[in-house]
Write a protein that binds this ligand. Structure first.
Ligand SMILES: Cc1ncc(COP(=O)(O)O)c(C=O)c1O
Length: 375
């Protein structure tokens, strides 16, 4: 595939596209962003930066040392390993992009979860590769048998797991993580574990790939758990041999993540106890709204993490999920994302983001419910 074809094969994310053309009074339950204020430690750090009467340089390509150390502490890395095992990036999105472009060659295969975050397939195509979906198990949990079978599909360069998962909120057990890590190693595929929702949980703290192995790469960011998507700070942690080429790509893409943002992200990570406690409080508030809302659109069960409700559409609309979501948007004035935005296995579901303002969430659910009741 030529580079030009690779780019024309990309299309705007359906997650964003759903809000384009929405009625002006529409309530947006589409975008997955935390709807509470930027936590105070980040605001204080940004104010300190603004007060400094000194040049604002680019900073080191690999991230400011304070943040590299804070990420290292968060992932329990030994001091000596940090410079090699941490790559600071412009959000986890840039970490994923750099890893894909560094490790995937045209014509190869990338395994992506289905349903899963659409950027994985987009990045695979951008690298000239073929995204091959693998199905998730019950409640969106990682199913190592299905994943391992998918590794036999052909020349798999890279495989992504996402837990807790977007859009389903499904998790991964320690056993499942160990099994997919060992199968990926045996197949020679780079395993990338996207853990951006790890700190957004109502129940027990979800496991990390790093709890079972040092191989592969974990990506994360301050965007969800630390409620700071606009800082655009993320990171990759893992095998230095995998990070080294990805650093070169990230440097070529962005030089480095914004320096002021990195200092704010450092303040957030250093205040994790306080910031993550607030995240859980905010999540509980929103989840109780969803669980006491109209029965027709009530989430079934509690996700392993994330702030999404993954709700079946009514039977009569199951063959046309996108059309149904457009009706809910245009006639009911609520933006939700059709499950098909996340892969073929999303047909018959909608993703409702519960991350925003709780009052708007309650109103949005009330507006949605009648569409579940009558054709
Ligand atoms: C599963 C998943 N991974 C990665 C990202 C990218 O987030 P960021 O670049 O803000 O870290 C998102 C954003 O919604 C996501 O849902």
């Amino acid at each position: 595939m030529s580079t030009a074809t690779r780019v024309t094969s990309l299309s705007p994310s359906l997650i964003r596209a759903m809000s384009v053309g929405a009625p002006p009074e529409a309530i947006d339950l589409g975008l997955g962003v935390p709807g509470w204020a930027l936590p105070e430690p980040a605001r204080a750090a940004l104010a300190r930066c603004a007060d400094r009467d000194e040049p604002l340089g680019y900073g080191p390509n690999g991230g400011v040392p304070e943040l590299v150390a804070a990420v290292g502490d968060y992932h329990l890395l030994a001091n000596a390993d940090r410079a090699d095992q941490v790559m600071v990036t412009a959000g986890s999105q840039a970490a994923l992009t750099a890893l894909f472009l560094a490790h995937v060659s045209p014509g190869q295969i990338v395994l992506v979860p289905d349903p899963g975050f659409p950027a994985y397939a987009t990045l695979a195509r951008l690298a000239g590769a073929l995204p091959v979906p693998y199905r998730l198990g019950a409640q969106g949990a990682l199913d190592p048998a299905v994943f391992t079978a998918a590794l036999d599909t052909g020349d798999v360069a890279l495989a992504v797991i996402n837990h807790p998962g977007n859009p389903t909120g499904g998790g991964a057990s320690l056993d499942a993580l160990a099994a997919v890590a060992s199968a990926s190693r045996a197949a020679g595929a780079v395993l990338v574990s996207d853990e951006v929702y790890r700190e957004v949980h109502l129940g027990p703290r979800p496991a990390s790939l790093r709890d079972v192995t040092d191989s592969g790469v974990v990506v994360s960011s301050v965007s969800k758990g630390w409620a700071a998507p606009g800082l655009r700070v993320g990171w990759a942690v893992g095998d230095p041999a995998l990070l080294q080429p990805a650093r070169l790509v990230h440097n070529a893409m962005t030089t480095s993540a914004a320096q002021t943002s990195q200092l704010a992200a450092t303040a957030l990570l250093r205040a994790s106890d306080q910031v993550l406690r607030q995240t859980r409080r905010e999540l509980i508030t929103r989840w109780s709204v969803a669980q006491t809302g109209p029965a027709a659109v009530r989430p079934v069960g509690t996700p392993a993490g994330g702030f999404y409700a993954w709700i079946p559409v009514p039977q009569w609309a199951a063959h046309d999920t996108t059309g149904f979501c457009l009706r809910v948007r245009d006639e009911g004035s609520v933006v939700v994302v059709p499950g098909t935005a996340f892969g073929a296995a999303g047909e018959g579901f909608v993703r409702v983001s519960c991350g925003g303002d709780p009052k708007l969430l309650a109103q949005g659910l009330a507006r949605m419910a009648p569409f579940w009741e009558a054709p």
